[in-house]
Design a protein around this ligand. Structure first.
Ligand SMILES: [Zn+2]
Length: 67
């Protein structure tokens, strides 16, 4: 469900303050997506799951961060 929201762009950035410059822009721009691998063990079997994390761009300092 989270990955679908990232793919269709319906996930929003919940950060109000930039983690780099600590200023509060009106919003952050979508920059890129990062793939994240998660291992989950269910009844002794290891499953490898893939998800996407959105990279956001601060318009004030041009730094990117992952939420
Ligand atoms: Zn910033």
């Amino acid at each position: 469900m989270h990955t679908d929201a990232v793919l269709d762009g319906s996930d929003g950035c919940t950060f109000k303050e930039c983690p780099q410059c600590h200023k509060q822009p009106e919003g952050f721009s979508r920059h890129d997506c990062r793939k994240r691998t998660v291992l989950r063990v269910v009844e002794g079997v290891v499953y490898k799951l893939f998800t996407l994390l959105t990279r956001w761009l601060c318009p004030l300092c041009n730094h990117t961060f992952t939420m």
